[in-house]
Design a protein around this ligand. Sequence first.
Ligand SMILES: [Zn+2]
Length: 358
Amino acid sequence: MYTLSEGSLDVIMNGGDYDKPILQLLANKKIQGSEGIEKYRLLLSDGKHSHSLVMLASHLNDKIITGELCDNAVVQINRFVTKLLNIVGKGERRIMVILDVTVLAPGAEVGKKLGNPHDWTAESAAGTPAPAPMGASASSTPITLPSTGSGLNNSLISKQMTHSITSPSYQAGESAEADIDDWLTFDEAEAGLLVAGEKGLYFSLLGYVISTNDNVVFKACPFDQCNEVKLVDQENGLYRCEECNKEYPNFKYCLLLVASVADPTGNQRVIAYNEAAEFMLGHTAAEIGRMFEHDKKSYAKVIKNAKYKSYEFKLYSKIESSTDETTFTTTVLNVEAIDYKATSARLIESIKSCGVDF
Ligand SMILES: [Zn+2]
């Protein structure tokens, strides 16, 4: 009595188009995204195959929260996008983001799984480890963030501070650059992270800085080979580095900028270290350090001016699990002014790929 668009997921997940497929929602899982924004991952079925690398665009969250969209519901997908992601160590995987959906029959009315769908994701990824099905532990671990005050918290910063201030190191044999040509939105990146898991995801993104932390400058160990950022002021003109187990008469300024960045699909907190932070603040670490010590007014202005600017970011997102929580961190690998010519060209390509001719 409910007819699903059998075979439509095959077409879609192979990169093809399918007009308003009718699918069944088999399961959904809440993921605590960055900035406290909840994301829902869906397991969809066309009666023949099921697919779990599906995210609901966050503007549709209400449909789940109100119960309108619940398990077993038969839905018509009015609008969706798919994206082929290049995942380090896993190859290419396609993810689907639902942008508009109509519930044709509520889950309670349908009441059961229709047909006998096989997991498309597992079949298509034969030879490579299939991602854990929904409900299992690995890729579906809920992502929670430490609680945030004004959106940017100190515990995160101090947590970062316990590590040395360096960009994340790449594992040998993995080329970071190769994957960074992937222009993604935050929605797509979050979906991609589900596939990438602990390997993390490299991507480029056009984003807008909404806010930043206030204390961006730290006195770091002056020794080149040491990246310790916590120097203890001995109050006698000397600074002690616990890492080197030594006292120095000088130090160098380091930057750690934690920014809330937005794109059309959501927000994420990103961490920018030295060079990237210098670019976003428009001054060198030494200049900012000097202002922080001697010219608070100029310092405040620099921090204020960091907001409401758009950039091309090269980002690295990673899911990190510890014993008590799973966190989601995004680091700025590089940041540049927007290349409007290239951006327009990309946009035109993407519009063309939707079948629009110019
Ligand atoms: Zn040191």
